[in-house]
Ligand binder design. Structure first.
Ligand code: ZN
Length: 139
């Protein structure tokens, strides 16, 4: 399933419009670069919310890592399995981004660099929540 970054999300049914981030495929190039560690940590927490959980499993198109790819996160009691759900990020201005959970693997293993506005949305939400407000509004 390929969707260009920041194109309208069109996959699982959704009540509200979202923008696609990280729906990569091997026929398409993508930006590479560093992603701040606190952004990755925040994305991991959002991945545990598992919106749009699916029956099947998506495989990484760039490597042979055994699927589902598993991430062990000390602060969570269960491991995180990638490729079966999504990560939704709502910016403070109300734009909602949808990324496949595999985006965590793309970032860590393949140096995928999501669009700046997505990274900023994750950081904004993080700061917002540290101030103790509106914790549950991220879907
Ligand atoms: Zn891979």
């Amino acid at each position: 399933m390929y969707m260009p970054d920041l194109s309208p999300y069109r996959y699982a049914g959704s009540d509200s419009p979202m923008l696609a981030v990280g729906w990569l495929a091997d026929a398409h190039t993508f930006d590479r670069g560093d992603v701040p560690a606190h952004v990755v940590e925040r994305l991991i927490d959002l991945a545990f919310e598992m919106p749009h959980l699916m029956r099947g499993c998506h495989y990484c198109p760039f490597c042979d890592e055994e699927s589902p790819i598993r991430i062990d996160v000390p602060r969570h009691p269960t491991p995180l399995y990638l490729g079966m759900s999504e990560i939704h990020v709502r910016s403070v201005s109300g734009v909602v981004y949808s990324a496949p959970s595999l985006v965590l693997h793309y970032i860590e293993r393949h140096r995928y660099r999501p669009p700046d506005e997505f990274v900023r949305a994750v950081e904004e939400r993080d700061g917002h929540e540290r101030r103790g407000a509106d914790v549950r509004s991220v879907e």
